[in-house]
Design a protein. Structure first.
Length: 466
């Protein structure tokens, strides 16, 4: 009996220790210190590899550091041990990758685990509704030729849009008169007519709504007028652009009609100022991520929009495409429909295009966009046969150029890790022995990162050589 009591005491003590250690890891995660959390969780999982909570939080940390494949591994382990929160994460990741059958399997597991605890979660129905919307849109993917892409800073992305005079101008919020800058809009659109301004500002509920303001003959700007509460559909409405007809306009909203984050919508404004019910632009313009700032430059024959679907930290991708006069969709039964919707390969979108891609790429507006941003990046990339690339403009393949940007982003993360490792080693040498496990973990991550960089670099060269 005494031995049993001792065994129970030891067991309860170990549980308390693990709980405290996991609580520390949770605190590190919530504070954004993902590297330290990973070190703590690695130590826990070495001794308790089946711990559902530790695996779940390790998955969250891996997700935050861009290691999606690793995150899935840990979420699966947590799900196997009864974590319905892990089922939710796996379902959401599957949705974002348009793997709807996989998402449904995780929904079923999620419901089963909740049922054991006599619980329900309305989030399951909401996500199923989102899947239904995405599946519906997969049957309505427009066939457009995407001729180029730029990966730029997410804060000032609109500065890389280079439009013809006929299309109007996009300015930063400071362009507005001082009386209206308190709302701190990200951007302001001025059409060629120079008679009206469009931007987004908070309403009485704190949600962003589209407003317009007339410009008088003396240059003064009248008080802004809301364009219509229905445009936001219960969420924010932002990033307005008016077509040259002065009637059709595009904007982004994260309201109830969005399939994920901001979606791009189209509407029309009548002569009395009232607007029609907005229509979701569908795919490939919209995705399970944020998509916004669609511009149709009729004079240049080009369209632009921004998206963070490629998940490059601090960056967004701007796609440049050829607008259709009338909408033409891909065959809904095409086995590659999900790839066209997500835009996994921009060259694949050009297969049936009968225009001259090279001529379009030589458009001064595209060159200007690159010169204002991406081409500031310099590097040294041996391509073989004595050829060396030093700037993004050296690439002939848009796909290779985009891959190079992803390589450079990973390279920056690698260099940041090396710098951090040097600092930790100095600290260890000065007596801070607590960083020892973190140093070992960082060294392993650096080796993995170096292997990945080698593969990415080779992929860039191969893509350019095709």
């Amino acid at each position: 009996m005494k031995r049993l009591i001792i065994a129970i005491f030891v067991f309860l003590s170990s549980v308390a220790v693990w709980a405290a250690a996991i609580d520390d890891a949770k605190a590190l995660y919530r504070s954004g210190n993902y590297d330290a959390a990973i070190v703590q969780l690695t130590s826990i999982l070495k001794k308790a590899p089946a711990n559902a909570t530790a695996n779940y939080y390790m998955g969250l940390c891996q997700l935050e550091t861009g290691e999606v494949a690793k995150a899935k591994e840990y979420f699966r382990k947590a799900e196997d041990k009864g974590s319905y929160a892990a089922s939710q994460q796996l379902a959401q990741l599957a949705i974002e990758e348009y793997q709807f059958d996989v998402a449904e399997k995780h929904f079923a597991t999620w419901e089963k685990l909740l049922k054991k605890e006599r619980k329900t979660d309305p989030a399951i129905d909401r996500l199923r509704m989102r899947v239904s919307m995405l599946q519906g849109m997969l049957g309505n993917v427009e066939k457009i030729a995407i001729i180029d892409s730029l990966v730029v800073d997410s804060v000032e992305f609109f500065k890389y849009y280079k439009l013809s005079e006929e299309a109007g101008h996009i300015y930063e919020g400071a362009f507005l008169p001082p009386a209206y800058t308190d709302s701190m809009p990200r951007m302001v659109f001025l059409p060629q007519s120079n008679t009206e301004l469009f931007w987004a500002q908070p309403n009485s509920r704190g949600q962003l709504e589209l407003v317009s303001a007339q410009i008088l003959d003396d240059g003064s700007v009248q008080a802004p007028v809301p364009m219509g509460a229905s445009l936001g559909a219960g969420g924010d409405a932002d990033f307005p652009f008016f077509d040259t007809d002065g009637i059709t306009f595009y904007f982004a909203s994260n309201g109830r009609n969005s399939i994920g984050g901001y979606d791009i919508f189209m509407s029309r404004r009548q002569s009395d100022g009232t607007v029609f019910e907005p229509q979701n632009m569908g795919m490939p313009y919209n995705s399970a991520y944020d998509d916004y700032m669609l511009v149709i430059d009729d004079a240049a024959g080009l369209g632009w929009w921004a998206t963070d679907r490629n998940q490059i930290p601090g960056k967004v991708t701007i796609y440049v495409f050829v607008p259709n006069e009338t909408r033409i969709n891909y065959d809904a039964d095409d086995p590659d429909i999900a790839d066209y919707a997500f835009i996994r390969d921009i060259e694949a979108t050009q297969v049936d295009f009968d225009g001259d891609i090279e001529e379009l790429l030589n458009n001064p507006l595209i060159h200007s966009a690159k010169e204002s941003g991406e081409d500031e990046l310099t590097f040294v990339l041996p391509m073989g046969n004595g050829k060396v690339y030093r700037r993004l403009n050296d690439f002939n393949s848009p796909k290779a150029r985009q891959a190079m940007l992803q390589y450079l982003a990973r390279l920056k993360d690698f260099e940041d890790m090396k710098t951090k490792l040097v600092a930790m080693r100095l600290g260890y040498g000065n007596g801070d022995k607590a960083v020892g496990p973190e140093i070992l973990s960082m060294e392993k991550r650096l080796l993995s990162a170096e292997t990945l960089l080698f593969k990415l670099r080779n992929q860039v060269v191969q893509m350019e050589g095709r």
